[in-house]
Design a protein around this ligand. Structure first.
Ligand code: NAP
Length: 366
């Protein structure tokens, strides 16, 4: 066991059965790859908070912003439950402020997505956008989660043509129309309420007869005249050639199917899937792909790799909890580096960050 880390191996006994695929590294030349103390993967509240803390700890973090810089909050309107903003704040503006604050202390934010990792030995090897090699002494995974779809063929075909998982992004296109929201959680309540600003009518299609959403969000939706709840109902097909012209739904109690031909927009609000695919086979995950961390920490099963935010949290999933675990990951990474030191890649040493190990630097001078 390395100093200050959990045992290398399973965090809690659950080991993923997917074997790491290293073929993407074939032929990639790491001899001139940059070596960073901390590489942060993802830029939601967790990633930016980890960047802020590691930057303030003088670790010069490099942040790969991923395919959706700012993460899920960039597809949200008002955030009313983040402490410190008594009047609320728009999600995208909040993420801009997180970004700005991290950069103020020296975080190096870069466009690019970490697509492959090799966690066999230190320093860890990463590939950005399939091709650019980077070494990292420590890695903080804060890749968040993405919206889920039903998986119907016509639903997939009509994404962007009337099917969407982002009411904030697309709601304004449905002024005066009738739309349907699928789901019974807080997102479904929030999105359906938001959509009534534009649409004349909003159906909430829920597969049960009881909502999962918090009471306050339920009440807000129940009191909205434009929202109609359709219980025990599932979408089985999405109709339309180039745009949504209706839905085929089934009542799962009676087995009755019917066409809802007044619906021109389908909004999915059925939860999220963690964006952890590049780490499959390396990091222990649960059955849904959420990264498992050692209790009361952000340690994963790989020494020097930490996980924070929605990529490892299927329970709370709030901006403020993500920021909290981002802070924890930064502190864990800083302490881990202090205890375990930095290592050079073998055989050729790459260009390093300005933070050479002081012990190595002293040895080189003598
Ligand atoms: P969620 O709580 O997991 O709810 C997902 C909903 O979609 C559930 O009602 C579920 O039905 C339904 N569903 C899942 N798969 C389905 C499928 N294949 N077909 C039909 N329906 C399906 O997800 P969420 O609403 O996105 O919320 C996630 C987290 O974010 C929660 O912790 C929530 O409190 C939080 N959140 C908070 C706010 C806020 O406070 N402003 C806003 C949004 C989200 P069942 O109920 O039958 O399982």
């Amino acid at each position: 066991m390395e100093n200050g880390t959990p045992e290398n191996g399973s965090v809690n006994g659950t080991q993923t059965d997917i074997l790491p695929d290293l073929s993407a590294f074939d032929g990639v030349d790491f001899s001139n790859a940059d070596l960073h103390d901390v590489v942060i993967v993802g830029t939601g509240p967790a990633g930016w908070t980890a960047a802020l803390y590691t930057a303030r700890a003088d670790l010069e973090p490099v942040v790969y912003m991923g395919p959706e810089p700012g993460g899920q909050l960039t597809t949200t309107t008002d955030v009313e439950n983040y402490p410190g903003f008594p009047d609320g704040i728009l999600g995208p503006e909040m993420m801009d402020r997180f970004h700005e604050q991290a950069e103020r202390f020296g975080a190096d934010a870069r466009y690019g997505t970490v697509t492959h990792v090799d966690f066999r030995e230190r320093p860890h090897r990463l590939l950005i956008d399939e091709e650019t090699p980077v070494y990292a002494q420590t890695v903080i995974v804060s890749t968040g989660a993405s919206a889920r779809y039903l998986g119907l063929d016509n639903e997939q075909r009509l994404i962007g043509k009337g099917v969407t998982a982002c009411a904030t992004c697309d709601g304004a296109f449905y002024r005066g129309e009738t739309v349907a929201v699928v789901g019974g959680g807080d997102s479904a309540m929030e999105e359906s309420t938001f959509l009534t600003k534009f649409a004349d009518k909003v159906y909430v299609l829920h597969r049960r007869d009881e909502l999962r959403a918090s009471k306050i969000m339920q009440e807000r939706a129940f009191q909205n005249d434009k929202i109609e709840f359709v219980w025990n109902t599932e979408v089985i097909d999405v109709l339309g050639e180039d745009a949504v012209t209706g839905l085929e739904v089934i009542n799962n109690e009676t087995g009755e199917t019917r066409i809802m031909d007044d619906v021109s927009g389908l909004f999915l609000a059925i939860g999220h899937t963690p964006n952890t695919e590049p780490f499959e086979g390396w990091l222990d995950m649960d059955d849904s792909g959420y990264i498992l961390t050692k209790p009361d920490s952000t340690y994963t099963n790989v020494p020097g790799v930490f996980a924070s935010g929605d990529a490892q949290d299927d329970e709370y999933r709030q901006a403020v909890t993500a920021a909290g675990t981002g802070c924890m990951a930064a502190i864990d990474a800083e302490r881990w580096l202090q205890e375990n030191g930095r290592v050079s890649p073998e055989p050729a040493r790459p260009k390093t960050s300005t933070h050479d190990d002081p012990v190595e630097a002293a040895a080189a001078r003598s």
